[in-house]
Design a protein around this ligand. Structure first.
Ligand code: MN
Ligand code: MN
Length: 460
């Protein structure tokens, strides 16, 4: 019976039971490199800058339309500093398709409004508008740091980063003390902290003179001294407050990684690491670090933008290939995180179909909500292809799904790739506390996701 059972039943194993010491060590080293990247990549702009620096070290050069493309050539296209496409030209022509992996490097955060600074009762604040899906109560009483750019009228771009270094000041949104919160505590968690209430405390010491807004004047003077900016310059700024937590190991066994922005820089790094290792792939390998996924992939740096098509069309043109031919023969791994099954909240999941920590790269055939609405739903054939690919390459993987039926839902860039007539499937790292200021992933799953993307890139 045991024999028959193991032959006929689908049984999942914990990833740690499937790898040897050498692989564990490799996963450990991989995790270290990822943690370093995540620590330095707090915004999509920083994630792109750091990716370009890593790519250049491996011989990637900026793509120039019309440049000759030999197999093994490594090029990249920087989309306005906020999204990035890298490609390694394959042996086979693009008419046979490309292997694409697409992750996003934007994460939920608090963007400063354009008229952001104000003083109230001798304390100074930044007003914010949150970006992406957040539980607002999670963003108060945690240290925040400020990142982004101020674009001056002159065309000059001023880089801002305050709070990343240990000796730099941080920022915070205050909350009521429990003693006086009895009315607040009666509200729902969605209502207890409001969007308009997410104002960041940035100063308290007044300017040594008389008049109004003395604290604001003092803070603005500091900003002017450091960055040469005035209040009007905020109108053309993209400044964002992100959690000021360092990326760190979690657990006595150090098997997990805690940090801000795993979704989806954890998959972006996996793709990046994989494409940087390629020599001459069979098919052209393409790595996308997209922006704007958390707000619906709209915008010029999101995956609904034609920026990707322009880049691919340029490559195709050089080889005398029609873009539509390339697309219909291409394959895309939409590398995005999945919601890990959380034993503390079992009620929202279907345990059989949810992804689990340490069970490997999580493949989601579909996402969406309410009867699979808004998902590209990969075909059985595409899933079968991954089963074969991962089996042949020792990639530990599992199926995943976004919660139990009718519990909620969500989406990724997958449907926008499928819309281009590209076979696409979601696969990535399971995450605990997704979209929280401090998310958790497992080293094992991170490593397996990298191996999964690498296997796709290297497939014959
Ligand atoms: Mn995501
Ligand atoms: Mn997300």
């Amino acid at each position: 019976m045991d024999e028959l059972r193991s032959k006929l039943f689908y049984e999942q194993k914990n990833g740690y039971d499937l790898i040897d010491t050498a692989q564990r060590l490799e996963a450990e080293n991989y995790a270290k490199a990822y943690m370093d990247y995540l620590n330095r990549s707090r915004t999509e702009r920083e994630a792109v800058d750091n990716a370009i620096a890593m790519a250049q070290e491996q011989g990637f050069v900026p793509y120039v339309p019309g440049m000759p493309l030999e197999p093994g050539m490594k090029v990249y296209k920087n989309n306005r500093g906020k999204a990035l496409i890298l490609a390694v030209i394959g042996k086979r022509p693009l008419s046979e398709g490309a292997v694409i992996a697409g992750a996003h490097v934007d994460s939920p955060r608090l963007d400063l409004k354009q008229v952001t600074m104000y003083e109230s009762d001798e304390l100074c604040y930044f007003k914010t508008h949150y970006y992406g899906g957040i539980k607002k109560y999670q963003w108060v009483t945690i240290p925040l740091e400020l990142h982004g750019v101020v674009a001056l009228k002159s065309g000059e771009l001023v880089q801002v980063c305050i709070g990343r270094e240990a000796d730099e000041p941080k920022f915070v949104i205050t909350d009521l003390l429990p003693h006086l919160a009895q009315d607040q505590m009666k509200k729902t968690m969605a209502e207890g902290i409001t969007g308009e209430g997410l104002n960041i405390l940035i100063g308290s010491a007044p300017y040594a003179d008389e008049g109004k807004d003395r604290v604001k004047l003092a803070v603005m003077s500091l900003l002017h001294d450091s960055y040469g900016i005035t209040e009007e310059d905020f109108l053309s700024a993209e400044l964002t407050a992100v959690p000021a937590f360092d990326v760190c190991e979690i657990g006595l066994d150090r098997s997990l990684i805690g940090g801000y922005g795993h979704d989806d820089r954890v998959c972006a790094f996996a793709e990046l690491k994989a494409i940087l290792e390629l020599q001459i792939p069979e098919k052209t390998a393409v790595c996308i670090l997209a922006d704007k996924e958390e707000t619906g992939s709209d915008g010029v740096s999101g995956m609904q933008s034609a920026a990707f098509d322009c880049f691919m069309e340029d490559l195709c043109q050089t080889q005398g290939v029609a873009l539509r031919r390339c697309y219909e023969n291409s394959f895309c791994l939409s590398a995005d995180v999945s919601a890990a099954y959380d034993p503390l909240y079992p009620e929202v999941s279907d345990k059989r179909n949810g992804s689990k920590i340490n069970y490997g790269m999580a493949v989601e055939k579909y996402t969406g909500a309410r009867g699979k609405s808004g998902t590209s739903d990969a075909s059985a054939e595409v899933v079968a292809y991954l089963r074969r690919l991962f089996a042949e390459n020792g990639v530990v993987w599992q199926m995943g799904s976004l919660g139990k039926v009718d519990q909620g839902g969500g989406g990724t860039i997958a449907k926008f790739m499928a819309k281009r007539n590209i076979d696409t499937i979601d696969a990535g790292v399971p995450v605990l506390s997704m979209h929280a200021p401090f998310e958790v992933v497992s080293k094992f799953d991170c490593y397996m996701t990298y191996k999964g993307v690498l296997a796709a890139y290297q497939d014959k």
